[in-house]
Design a protein around this ligand. Structure first.
Ligand code: NI
Length: 165
């Protein structure tokens, strides 16, 4: 199982950087993506992005409730709905804390799969939510960064206390 980088740990800088394009979708990337899916499921996560496993490349995987496991390589969100809504989010990199985040309710994303085949996907519900959360990780953005200062400080305080800091 891959080790997940968490906020406050030694490698935390990788969570705040910008992920770079994957130039070759080869067998190594394919097996890496499958290992990410395994780690995500073992950790009871519904999404996992490259930077979270110290691999700062544009890749993430999802397994939303009731959905199949999905792999997104070099993704671009190309459309978001005007309608936004709130939902309680958590993150394997900020374990143990949750907060409501407002996001567009539906999106269109294009990406490549692990075989190097491009695809486009319209998503709503939890899948749209997870995709946007993971997509943020590729830009060095965590769900807590969407909160206002006061709320963010409160969540961080709880997180740090839980982790004995
Ligand atoms: Ni996350």
């Amino acid at each position: 199982m891959m080790e997940v980088v968490t906020l406050g740990c030694e490698e935390e800088a990788v969570l705040k950087g910008t992920a770079t394009l994957i130039s070759d979708i080869d067998e190594k990337i394919e097996s890496f993506a499958h290992a990410m899916i395994e780690s995500m499921i073992e950790s009871d996560g519904i999404g996992l992005a490259g930077p979270q496993v110290n691999f700062p490349k544009r890749i993430f995987v999802t397994k939303a409730p009731g959905d199949e496991a999905r792999i997104f390589i070099n993704p671009e969100i190309i459309q978001t709905s005007m309608d936004v809504g709130g939902y309680e989010e958590g993150c394997l990199s900020v374990p143990g804390v949750y907060a409501e985040v407002m996001r567009p309710l539906s999106i269109t994303i294009q990406a490549w799969n692990e075989k190097g085949k491009p695809f486009r996907l319209d998503a709503d519900g939890i899948l749209a939510r997870v995709i946007q959360h993971e997509y943020d990780h590729l830009k060095g953005v965590l769900f807590i960064d969407h909160l206002n200062d006061k709320k963010r400080q409160r969540v961080l305080k709880i997180y740090n206390r839980r982790n004995g800091r």
